[in-house]
Design a protein around this ligand. Structure first.
Ligand SMILES: Cc1ncc(COP(=O)(O)O)c(C=O)c1O
Length: 479
């Protein structure tokens, strides 16, 4: 249908069939592909050259480009040995779902714009709360990802401390007091970014030390808060990590919650990576006190395996979210108790136009069920623990951090190696990435260069963990 903005139904069916063929073949090809095909920008750019097209080409030609260039030169998140980042593999049901939601093209700004989609978003938010065992009346909404969820949670915390900050700005803060936020040295960089965007200033982010296991040290947190109060500052928020990005460490949420309650501080939990481990029986105990949090950032596009574009912020008391985001600053009204049809998501978060993110979640949970997800997440944790055990019983690898969830930080340490282990492992990482059979990233653990494997893929098996270590040994022999 070159040149047409409005193909007829027969043509739509034909291009749809061709596209679905490509999607199915792509998933099939994962068994024989590497995680990536090495290339350079100089090699790739000419493939995408050309002037602004004035006329259309056939869809089949474009699909050839998808297959031969775009898919070929993508790093395959869906690959069972893509361990590089806290990245989801995506889901076939969501690939198909996106076609449907794009056809509906719903703008989920509020109930009136999107009655069914708004009801579905409320429903999936209730389901997400149930997954975490939350029993309070809090609400939430889907956002673009964990960074935006952290921003929204900290924005609500700021309004809880300074009710007029939206109108007055931080200039309205009494005297020379500075708002102070506390998070561990291991916290995700999006916390720092949120503090910057909210005008709090990164100098007012206090880094709390961790214990040896890389979890926030509550004693040091208490010390910093006391120090700031003595200096006349205004502590307002503690951000705990339910799974740090570097090593997956779980901060002690209960102890931190006791402190924030006693100090009357907002507790935000960044559970973007680890939150859905609450579904896994072997990790559930970590989340016993998550209900104490005033706000929680989640990322269904991480460990619920959804494709990129779906984060979630949950607020225990929506009044503070309204104080931060509602244009009329009427933050006394509670969602749901008055006129549901007047509800607008943009009173509770930063966006106005919003895609139908809840559709992915609804499709996934209705088609697979929470039990299948719990099983897959538990298996990811088991794979990470298995990998850690292989490392600990090997003669040539060394585990560098405890495995709380599904991230393994380790290094190659062949017997009698006398050189610089940091430099050696860095070289090994780059060689592994070029090799393509398995993909890792890196972290710094207690000053040491670590290889970092994140297991967040329902296709990954224990055999893949063995192959990863075999790949590292094989590649190490080449230099
Ligand atoms: C702990 C943690 N918080 C926040 C984020 C940011 O999430 P997003 O990339 O969805 O913005 C990440 C990303 O990896 C993360 O691991």
């Amino acid at each position: 249908v070159p040149g047409s903005l409005s193909p007829d139904p027969r043509e739509i069916r034909e291009i749809g069939r061709q596209a679905l063929d490509l999607v199915a073949s792509y998933y099939e090809s994962l068994a024989t592909r590497g995680v990536l095909q090495p290339t350079t920008s100089a090699e790739l750019r000419p493939q995408f050259a050309g002037p602004l097209p004035q006329t259309g080409e056939s869809f089949a030609t474009l699909l050839d480009t998808v297959q031969d260039v775009i898919a070929r030169f993508s790093r395959h998140s869906a690959h069972p040995r893509m361990f590089g980042y806290i990245a989801s593999p995506g889901l076939p049901i969501a690939a198909v779902g996106h076609m449907i939601s794009a056809a509906l093209n719903t703008n989920v700004s509020g109930w009136r714009s999107a009655p069914a989609a708004t009801e579905i978003e409320w429903l999936v938010i209730r389901w997400l709360k149930e997954m975490l065992g939350l029993t309070h009346n809090g609400v939430g909404l889907l956002v673009s990802g964990g960074s935006m969820a952290n921003f929204a949670g900290i924005a609500a915390a700021r309004s809880a401390c300074l009710p007029n900050v939206v109108r007055d700005g931080l200039h309205g803060t009494p005297g020379t007091q500075q708002l102070r936020l506390y998070t561990s040295t291991q916290a995700h960089v999006s916390i720092r970014k949120a503090v910057a965007m909210l005008g709090i200033g990164t100098a007012n982010l206090r880094e709390v030390q961790t214990t040896r296991d890389l979890r926030m040290d509550p004693a040091h947190l208490a010390h910093l808060i006391a120090e700031d109060r003595a200096s006349g500052h205004l502590p307002f928020c503690v951000v705990a990590s339910a799974g740090t990005a570097a090593s997956g460490a779980m901060d002690p949420i209960g102890e931190i919650a006791d402190l924030t309650r006693a100090q009357k501080l907002w507790l935000h939990v960044d559970a973007a990576y680890g939150g859905f481990a609450a579904l896994a029986p072997s990790a559930r105990a970590y989340f016993a006190r998550i209900g104490d949090a005033d706000s929680i950032a989640l990322d269904p596009h991480k460990w619920l395996y959804l494709p990129v574009g779906c984060g979630c912020i949950l607020y225990k008391d929506p009044a503070y979210a309204r104080a931060a985001f509602a244009a009329d600053a009427d933050y006394t009204r509670v969602i749901g108790l008055q006129n549901d049809e007047a509800f607008a998501f943009w009173d509770y978060g930063p966006e106005l136009s919003r895609p139908f993110r809840a559709f992915d979640l609804w499709l996934l949970l209705k088609s697979a069920g929470a039990a299948a997800l719990a099983e897959a997440i538990e298996e990811n944790i088991a794979c990470a623990r298995y990998c850690a055990a292989l490392i600990e019983t090997s003669h040539d690898f060394e585990l560098l951090a405890p495995v709380d969830l599904s991230i393994v930080c380790f290094r190659y340490r062949p017997a009698n190696y006398a050189g610089d282990l940091n430099a050696h492992n860095e070289k090994l990482l780059l060689a592994l990435q070029r090799d393509g059979s398995s993909y890792l990233s890196n972290a710094t653990i207690h000053g040491k260069f670590a290889l970092r494997a994140c297991v967040l893929n329902y296709r990954t098996t224990r055999r893949d963990m063995e192959v990863l270590l075999e790949d590292l040994r094989r590649v190490a022999k080449t230099f």
